[in-house]
Design a binder for this molecule. Structure first.
Ligand code: FAD
Length: 615
């Protein structure tokens, strides 16, 4: 009885309808029959099976690429089979990782319905048991009104914190220095077409945060099947994301899908009574008796900060991302404890997508059809280790640096993520079809305080200064106007500039040939060189004259952590302040930032006594 799960069911590309089909095809039924040792596949009722995961596996170790499925079996629906076939059901014993009994159906609701059915929270569907009220007990606010919470930043962490708190009954104000997606789209258009950078409305700042004009990859290292990730994914579906993100092995949305989703998210928050202030920047915290009691805000277009407002709140969630360097500075002015954090820097490499398709898929590359074909547009993920000083040979036990590809955007484009005209940094985005001619990815090397010290950057913001140094060098090497310095990968490996002209780039604001060896200290450049050579062994053809390196990739994750209490999420330096998401150093990527925001919302709600008492 109950639900059984079959995993690792491989269906050849030839027998599968393709990446966009998430139902039960004849080819899949054949594999299910094999796994169940059921003699006639066509007798199995397809409605007894539902696909819970579909991935494409083109690893070279396989005889041929295939789609790999995980399928849930509703055993009650198999009982309609001829009675003489029933004995095979009794043989549904767990078989070496193929069949697994699902003792209970997991919580699969979105955050809204989970909160509406708050009993589920206490039943552990979304466990909040690790979240306890602040050490001094719940914060007391006047009982004549709802508790007032400011959420600063409308990236994934701020949106999910606002949603959790508003659903639980707080009076939430969401404060965002950038613009709503409609205006933000126009500002980004002006940047890409006319080279006008709006300092407060760009690829990093504005509704949806840094992840809006992105590839919208929803892969996460925090456990795809955890209830919290499921709650986030289902909430995204609730606001309009396609249901396939729940099933695809490597789910992604693309900018075109993210924009309407964010509009729906906003409308839902507004219906719940959340006040949303776009174009409003938090410049300072109001602190009384070592407790945050509100924020000082100004119109983000007003550089003078003359016309400011003071707004009072019972709690302030700081979800500002890691490009809000002014906020780190402001926190230091309140003597807050900030800790420098390791991150990674490097370059962005771009290949023709066709080349990556043929490296990964060989003969099957013709099935990609610019994102409309049977198999997904090919991606890659590589990681290697070199010695601390960049040498390719890592001695056993020696300290090493990891060099890896990061934020790979198949069928995407390289975009400008600077928030200041004198600094240049880049990242990648794509649309849902991933149909551009290019594949780009960051190639980065881990850096730590030792590297910051070597350049004479010390103190809590040493990592920020380290980033800024290379962003400024890149801006200078490009010659201004956001022109990006580039070098072919073959020239980079030989430390020369042979190419008078370089292959075309997807970057729209112009590129200039430069020797990228002049950008980073030698040990980082060496680490990049050695790792590229090692990547080429794994992906033969990766080193190619058609591959172009772009400088510079610096904002891979936060260079700072704002310490907070593990249980209450409250800052360890200032009561009433809740640092969350990527900028606080507690998340990296859209999904993990959303999960962190959701739990911070629960933590604040708990501290403000907004949870039902039985939890
Ligand atoms: P953010 O998303 O950075 O949001 C912070 C928000 O706070 C911003 O909107 C900002 O305007 C606002 N803010 C800052 N300071 C203030 C202030 N003083 N007052 C008011 N508001 C303020 N991750 C993935 O998982 N998949 C991807 O495919 C992916 N692609 C990316 C592509 C690009 C181009 C970029 C830049 C990032 C990408 N990322 C991707 C990373 C991902 O976007 C971030 O990890 C995630 O957005 C972090 O969420 P967050 O809520 O912590 O912060």
């Amino acid at each position: 009885e109950g639900l059984w799960r079959l995993s690792k069911l491989g269906v050849s590309v030839h027998s599968d309808p393709g990446k966009d089909f998430l139902g039960v095809s004849d080819g899949l039924l054949q594999e299910i029959a094999k796994a169940l040792e059921f003699p006639v596949a066509s007798m199995l009722p397809p409605e007894a099976f539902s696909v819970v995961r579909k991935s494409f596996d083109a690893r070279k170790v396989l005889k041929e690429p295939k789609f790999v499925y995980t399928v849930d079996v509703d055993v009650s629906k198999l009982l309609s089979l001829e009675p003489r076939t029933w004995d095979f059901i009794s043989r549904l014993e767990p078989k070496v990782g193929l069949v697994e009994h699902m003792p209970h159906v997991r919580a699969s609701g979105d955050l809204i319905s989970i909160i509406h059915d708050s009993k589920k929270i206490s039943n552990g569907a979304l466990s909040t048991k690790n979240i306890s009220p602040g050490s001094k007990g719940s914060y007391k606010y006047p009982t004549s009104r709802k508790p007032k919470v400011a959420v600063v930043g409308s990236g994934p962490s701020g949106l999910f914190a606002s949603l959790a708190l508003a659903e639980l009954g707080a009076d939430v104000t969401l404060i965002e220095r950038g613009q709503a997606v409609e205006q933000r789209g126009r500002d980004i258009g002006a940047l890409v077409v006319r080279c006008i950078l709006e300092l407060e409305s760009n690829f990093c700042f504005g509704e949806g945060g840094a992840g809006t004009w992105s590839d919208g990859k929803l892969v996460t290292r925090i456990g795809r099947n955890s209830d919290s990730v499921l709650a986030v994914m289902n909430t995204l579906v609730h606001f309009g994301a396609p249901r396939n993100i729940l099933v695809n092995g490597k789910p992604h949305l693309g900018t075109d899908k993210l924009i309407p989703l964010l509009r729906n998210f906003r409308l839902h928050l507004q219906r719940l009574g959340v006040t949303i202030k776009f174009g409003t920047r938090v410049d300072d915290l109001l602190v009384e008796d070592a407790r945050v009691v509100g924020v000082k805000v100004s119109d983000s277009k007003d550089k003078s900060q003359q016309d400011f407002q003071k707004l009072e709140y019972d709690a302030v969630i700081l979800a500002v991302g890691h490009s809000a360097r002014d906020i780190y500075q402001m926190l230091l002015s309140h003597n807050m404890n900030l800790v420098p954090k390791d991150f990674a820097v490097g370059l962005r490499i771009e290949h023709p997508q066709e080349l990556i398709n043929s490296i990964q898929y060989s003969g099957l590359a013709s099935e990609v059809h610019n994102g409309r074909g049977k198999v997904p547009v090919a991606d890659y993920k590589v990681v290697k280790y070199v010695s601390e000083d960049g040498d390719a040979l890592v001695n056993l036990g020696a300290r090493s640096r990891s060099c890896y590809s990061f934020c790979m955007c198949p069928g995407g484009q390289v975009v400008l993520t600077s928030t200041n005209p004198s600094e240049l940094c880049i990242n990648g985005m794509s649309f849902s079809r991933r149909s551009s001619r290019w594949a780009n990815a960051a190639l980065v090397v881990n850096v730590s305080t030792k590297d910051f010290d070597a350049l004479n950057f010390h103190g809590p913001l040493a990592g920020v200064e380290f980033q800024r140094e290379f962003e400024r060098r890149a801006a200078t090497m490009g010659g201004g106007n956001f022109v990006v310095p580039v070098q072919t990968v073959t020239d980079f490996l030989e430390n020369k500039l042979s190419a008078a002209s370089v292959p075309p780039s997807s970057y729209r604001l112009g590129v200039k040939v430069a020797n990228l060896h002049e950008l980073f200290p030698a040990h980082i450049t060496d680490a990049l060189k050695h790792s590229i050579s090692m990547f080429d062994k794994e992906l033969p053809g990766f080193i190619s004259e058609a591959a172009l390196l772009h400088g510079v990739e610096t904002r891979t994750s936060s260079p700072v952590q704002i310490p907070r209490d593990n249980d209450t999420y409250e800052s360890t330096s200032l009561k009433g302040l809740y640092p969350v998401g990527e900028g606080a150093g507690y998340a990296g990527g859209i999904v993990s930032a959303a999960v962190d925001g959701m739990y911070s919302g629960f933590a604040v709600a708990k501290n403000l006594d907004l949870f039902p008492h039985d939890i």
